[in-house]
Design a protein around this ligand. Structure first.
Ligand code: OSB
Ligand code: MG
Length: 369
């Protein structure tokens, strides 16, 4: 592949309903969509999962644009690409900025799969034809609102309910949820809202038979999580703390978690995601694919990676309609009985709806070698 043109677009999409985590509320989703075109005119799509503000990690839409424009795009243009793994190697000397790297690497993976007339899932080595999905539910105004939402999602067939928690919206809330839904697969995600000083509060969650508690402690920590895991019966799943294969290796060695949430953007792309997946498989650590309120393009990448065999737990990749009035792909992602059928068309397997992309575009810029 010889890249001839790369277009960055800043898209803004309004969420159907605000989404609240322990670190803030999202009403709008601003993100960068990457379109990479090679000499034969084949097109690959990628999405940056960096948010507009540095809430989840240190990256933002603007830092990603800067990294892409000034460093990553020039590197991608430099030489022909035989395999997408080379892009990940080419970017490796640049510290962090994983979401910026992943956005462009993802577009190259899509392009590569399309040129090989293969679905992206197969190009990655995935074997599943359908994937199991759960849903992530933000912090609500009242417990009653939360119970109503859970009731709806359970009847829609989602395979696991994830409830966002924070100090003051945790033990009592989870107790009510468990009382109303004694048998559902249930977990909590704290998005780093606690410290070891909260250990008694976190231990109290053991009572509710949660599948896991996701990222209770600070974003980069693996040491305190190991101390916490030794005290909890509930498995800890790490999200914000895992940025690379090496982070995953160290967390597994230390006993900082029993499960890992793989987000393609957080770890710098599909190549690194595969490596973490393989490492976890060797170490009997189940993985699942997290979400970043993606548009259809990012969602399609999530579906593809989830077809790898050690993605044994339902992910957060819910239906397009859970987030958007109109997604930017056709067909939209749909969920039936908690399952998504993996598309068999080449590349990401969905068509990007250019008219819809135009409608959501705030600004764009095209780069050439
Ligand atoms: O921690 O997984 C998270 C959304 C924004 C930022 C962080 C997280 C989330 C979610 C939602 O949990 C996942 C989704 O539905 O895309
Ligand atoms: Mg999380």
């Amino acid at each position: 592949m010889k890249l001839e043109r790369i277009t960055l677009r800043h898209l803004q999409m309004e969420l159907k309903a605000p989404f609240t985590t322990s670190f803030g509320t999202f009403k709008m989703k601003d993100f960068i969509l990457v379109e990479a075109v090679d000499a034969d005119g084949a097109v690959g799509w990628g999405e940056s999962v960096a948010f507009h503000a540095p809430w989840y990690n240190e990256e933002t839409l603007k830092t990603n644009w800067h990294m892409l424009e000034d460093y990553l795009i020039p590197l991608a243009f430099k030489e022909t690409i035989v395999h997408p793994d080379e892009i990940s190697a080419r970017f490796a000397f640049i510290r962090k900025n994983n979401m910026a790297k992943s956005a462009l690497e993802g577009a190259v993976w899509d392009l590569y799969a399309k040129k090989n007339k293969q679905p992206l899932s197969k190009a990655l080595g995935g074997k599943k034809n359908e994937i199991e999905v759960g849903i992530s539910i933000g912090i609500q105004e009242s417990v009653g609102d939360l119970l109503k939402l859970i009731d709806n999602y359970v009847s829609e067939g989602y395979r696991r309910m994830k409830v966002k928690i924070k100090p003051g919206w945790d033990v009592e809330v989870m107790r009510d949820v468990r009382r109303h839904f004694p048998d559902i697969a249930l977990m909590a995600d704290a998005n780093s809202a606690y410290t070891l000083a909260d250990i008694d509060r976190l231990k109290a969650l053991d009572e509710f038979n949660l599948t896991m508690i996701e990222q209770p402690l600070t974003p980069d920590d693996i040491v305190d999580h190991a101390k916490l895991q030794a005290e909890l019966t509930t498995p800890i799943c790490l999200d914000e703390s895992i940025h690379s294969y090496d982070d995953a290796r160290k967390a597994i060695d230390l006993g900082s978690c029993k499960i890992i949430n793989i987000k393609i953007g957080r770890v710098g792309g599909l190549t690194e995601s595969k490596k973490i997946h393989d490492l976890c498989k060797e170490n009997n650590i189940p993985v699942w694919c997290g979400g970043m309120l993606e548009s259809g393009v990012g969602r399609a990448h999530n579906i593809a990676i989830t077809t790898l065999e050690n993605f044994t737990m339902p992910g957060d990749t819910a239906a397009s309609s859970r987030y958007w009035e109109r997604d930017i792909i056709e067909p939209e992602v749909t969920v039936h009985n908690g399952l998504i059928t993996v598309p068999q068309h080449s590349g990401i397997g969905y068509e990007v709806n250019r008219k819809q992309v135009e409608e959501y575009t705030v600004s764009s810029k095209t780069y050439r070698p």
